[in-house]
Design a binder for this molecule. Structure first.
Ligand SMILES: Cc1cc2nc3c(=O)[nH]c(=O)nc-3n(C[C@H](O)[C@H](O)[C@H](O)COP(=O)(O)O)c2cc1C
Length: 217
């Protein structure tokens, strides 16, 4: 039987030809380049290109990470939504420093964003909540994200209660569903190359302006 390390070593990585990344004439804001890359990822059929890893830090200083859906991008901000009482929600209360990471394997691109997360208004959170599908709203209304689930059947019971609530009162909003904005201070664009001559462009925020430079692969 194959050794684990051999099984992994034989897997291909960055093996296909990727799009060009012209580092001349880069946009002033990394969010503009991010959206150019996002549109290419969508056109190239990248699966769930709006999913990203959110990394947080717990109260002991240990890192934690999980995948979330990107909700929006504006000039200096990236947005996500989650429960403010989940594990990540609690971590964000004690440390608002975060990292967001995207990897679009079909085009060999990675984007890394570092910044500070803050809660948005109750109105922004409820708007996002009400835009979710009925099923997603019913699940979020159960609350308890990241709490211990003693019996799997408890989900079905909680779901019945959420669905009844939705029937009785149109548009109930979860009190803990929260939109967060991440104000970025560093964004790195990484274009993979099959010969490992990867191209890296790092933007750093200097007050209201952004500066960018190339990094060694
Ligand atoms: C593709 C994908 C998308 C997800 N999107 C979200 C999301 O937008 N919001 C969310 O709270 N959890 C989302 N999750 C679930 C999270 O990864 C995570 O399990 C959950 O938020 C609990 O994390 P926590 O215990 O660190 O708080 C998603 C998971 C996957 C795989």
């Amino acid at each position: 039987m194959k050794q684990t390390k051999d099984l992994l070593r034989e897997l291909k990585v960055l093996a296909v030809p990727f799009p060009e990344f012209d580092t001349q004439d880069l946009p002033e804001y990394p969010s503009a380049l991010f959206m150019e890359w996002m549109k290419i990822a969508i056109e190239e059929g990248v699966y769930e290109p709006h999913s990203m890893t959110l990394s947080t830090i717990d109260e002991t200083g240990a890192p934690d990470a999980r995948i979330l859906i990107l909700k929006d991008v504006t000039r200096n901000k990236w947005y996500f939504a989650t429960s403010s009482t989940s594990r990540k929600g609690e971590q964000l209360k004690s440390n608002s420093q975060v990292a967001l990471t995207f990897y679009w394997s079909a085009i060999g691109r990675q984007v890394r964003i570092r910044g500070v997360a803050s809660k948005m208004t109750a109105e922004a959170s409820s708007t996002d909540f009400l835009e979710r599908s009925n099923g997603a709203r019913a699940i979020a209304l159960m609350g308890n994200q990241s709490k211990e689930l003693t019996h799997r059947d408890d989900i079905d019971e909680a779901l019945v209660k959420s669905e009844e609530l939705i029937k009785q009162f149109p548009d109930p909003v979860s009190p803990v569903w929260t939109m967060y904005e991440v104000e970025a201070n560093e964004v790195e664009f990484w274009q993979g190359d099959s010969e490992r001559k990867h191209t890296r462009v790092q933007y750093q925020r200097k007050g209201d302006r952004w500066e960018h430079r190339l990094l060694w692969p």
